[in-house]
Design a protein. Structure first.
Length: 305
């Protein structure tokens, strides 16, 4: 909580400075603040000194390395879990590329729209790659376990994520009369697929139908229903970032403002998902990352100085 609070306070400070310069129409200074913020967070994460949980940062780097070489990397609980979180960062990852384009093209000096060679394709690749990693991880688990359920069924969920991103990014270049219906169909089926998986598999709502399962619940009963409803609403909201911006353009709201709040809501959704997903994995072991279903309580160990 201390780490999260500190990073949030630092980000809020940079954000308010950026807004202050924008309001005063000092756009170049506002852009510089954004770059300083990005470099500050990057240096804090990469700094090889004993602060900000150095051991955890090293472990995270190793986990990311296994994710990047999917399906050949190791797929344990940390690897799947981190890759799932990366799917929520699909939009921010693409925005990082846009920022580098903005700097490299000197667009920030003239406050004009940035443009890089093959920009659309690079943005598409960075947006879709988290879903591809997770898809390949599912096939990795199927290869070693030979269990089509849940691994291949889970891979189907990420297939729809890949299709949604693909059609949405290339829709402006195609005939809208043909692609609009395809995109809506993929969007609806994929969203229902993901919602069903979240509720029944990730949250483990099947446990509620058995007395033994209900005894395993670590949180108040109302919380499970609240998170399920909230997850459904926020997942629909988050999906707005995957559709073409032209669908959101209107005279009342700026697209960037809408996407900003949608990304903030996704942080809330993913945080709630994390609580129930880890609890369900502890009791259900649904994807068989452990050889034993039962996880004993950690004993208290007294060590003499």
């Amino acid at each position: 909580m201390k780490t999260a609070s500190g990073w949030t306070a630092l980000l809020a400070t940079f954000f308010m400075l950026h807004v202050t310069f924008i309001v005063s129409e000092q756009h170049t200074e506002a852009d510089i603040i954004s770059y300083i913020a990005f470099l500050t967070f990057l240096l804090l994460w990469l700094a090889p000194v004993h602060f900000m949980h150095l051991k955890v940062r090293k472990e995270l780097a190793v986990v990311l390395g296994h994710i990047f070489i999917s399906p050949f990397g190791k797929v344990g609980f940390p690897h799947f879990f981190t890759a799932d979180v990366l799917t929520s960062l699909s939009k921010p990852i693409a925005d990082i590329f846009r920022s580098f384009c903005f700097i490299s093209s000197d667009a920030w000096k003239t406050n004009t729209e940035n443009s890089c060679p093959n920009q659309l394709y690079w943005i598409y690749m960075l947006s879709v790659i988290p879903y591809v990693w997770r898809f390949l991880q599912c096939w990795n688990r199927f290869y070693y376990t030979r269990q089509w359920f849940p691994h291949l069924v889970n891979a189907g969920k990420y297939t729809f994520g890949i299709l949604t991103v693909t059609v949405s990014y290339f829709e402006p270049q195609m005939d809208p009369t043909n692609t609009r219906g395809i995109l809506v169909t993929i969007f609806v089926i994929g969203t229902l697929y993901m919602l069903t998986w979240d509720t029944m598999m990730d949250f483990g709502f099947r446990r509620f139908f058995t007395a033994a399962g209900r005894k395993q619940c670590m949180y108040p009963r109302w919380m499970y229903y609240y998170v399920s409803v909230c997850n459904a609403v926020l997942r629909l909201t988050w999906s707005l970032t995957l559709i073409p911006k032209s669908w959101l353009v209107n005279k009342y709201l700026q697209v960037e403002v809408v996407l900003l709040f949608v990304c903030l809501l996704e942080i809330l959704r993913r945080g709630q998902w994390t609580l129930l997903r880890i609890e369900n994995e502890k009791f259900s072991n649904i994807e068989k990352y452990r050889n034993e279903d039962f996880v004993p309580k950690m004993p208290k160990i007294i060590v003499d100085d």
